[in-house]
Design a protein around this ligand. Structure first.
Ligand code: SF4
Length: 302
């Protein structure tokens, strides 16, 4: 197999990592590169394994996203989806993943469930895990009850896009990755793009949703005025519909340009995407370090 090249691209999560801590960004996007190979240098392999860790909340969120994807496939194929057995199945799978993570399987198979709490031996009461399971069950029950789901089901399933639409498009010479969770077309010719949210719901989602609008414009050729962006908080449950226009889309483009320029300015060789560890400073905010995957190599004293 030929060597994979580490080419520069942009994504919302990459932007988030860059904003939080430059050193963490380096470890994630450069230091861990190639660590999927068991024969990689031990420090690279270690970074790669740490990179895979998820906090329990991230893990719960991914579990809900995957389960919804499965449910939508079933609904599209006309299968009946009894809610409680479906939820029980998901919880059972979670138990298996939790055990696998607790037993450290991810150290040999980094793509299996890997929880930050296990790697860093965070002392959690059983009630914390129970609350997490309950949150997953609540989100899924709420999903099945959503009026938006009923609305989606009235549309034609052959126009659904169920898999996380992780698609790349070219933005002024930079590949940009954007992944709406779900997309559908209404009978009136409007495109709905959905973002399922399972967390506490704080934080400004407008940049992320704006990137979806940009994705619709650049990749699908759909004008912002016919796109509805749905931010679905599954915990409440609460749906917020956002509309976009050309002016706001231009603001998203500008934010994207700034972010890309900022990241490239840190590179030793922007053309070849070469980064040097010492150019990427560590954050001063130790609260960020506490929950950072790379703490063991970066700030072991914590
Ligand atoms: S431990 Fe702190 S300084 Fe180091 S990479 Fe993580 S967040 Fe950054």
């Amino acid at each position: 197999m030929g060597d994979l090249a580490n080419e520069f691209s942009w994504s919302r999560s990459r932007d988030g990592a860059f904003q939080e801590c430059k050193r963490r960004y380096f470890y994630h996007y450069y230091g861990a590169w190639g660590g999927w190979d068991t024969a990689a240098a031990p420090d690279v392999r270690r970074l790669y394994i740490l990179k895979q860790l998820s906090s329990r909340q991230q893990w719960a969120g991914r579990t809900v996203h995957d389960a919804i994807e499965l449910a939508l496939h079933g609904l599209r194929d006309g299968r009946s989806m009894p809610v409680e057995p479906f939820v029980a199945d998901v919880i059972e799978r979670m138990r298996g993943e939790w055990r696998s993570s607790r037993d450290g399987r991810y150290r040999d198979s980094p793509k299996t469930a890997a929880l930050f709490e296990h790697e860093y031996q965070v002392d959690l009461k059983p009630e914390a895990w129970q609350a997490l399971r309950e949150n997953v069950a609540t989100c899924l029950r709420n999903f099945f009850r959503l009026p938006l789901l009923a609305e989606i089901r009235r549309t034609s399933p052959e126009h659904w896009s169920i898999e996380h639409w992780s698609k790349v498009f070219d933005f002024e010479g930079t590949p940009v990755w954007v992944a709406p969770d779900f997309g559908f077309w209404t009978a009136e010719g409007r495109l709905g793009l959905v973002d399922w949210k399972t967390g506490g719901g704080f934080g400004d989602a407008s940049f992320q949703l704006g990137c979806y609008a940009l994705y619709a414009r650049e990749l699908l050729g759909v004008e912002p005025k016919v796109v509805d962006l749905y931010e679905v908080n599954l915990r409440e449950p609460h749906v917020t519909a956002h509309r976009w226009d050309d002016e706001r889309l231009e603001a998203v483009r500008e934010q994207l340009r700034l972010s890309i320029r900022g990241m490239k300015a840190y590179l030793a060789d922007a053309g070849a995407n070469v980064a040097v560890l010492t150019d990427f400073e560590r954050t001063e905010d130790l609260r960020i370090c506490r929950w950072c995957n790379f703490r063991a190599v970066c700030r072991p004293e914590l």
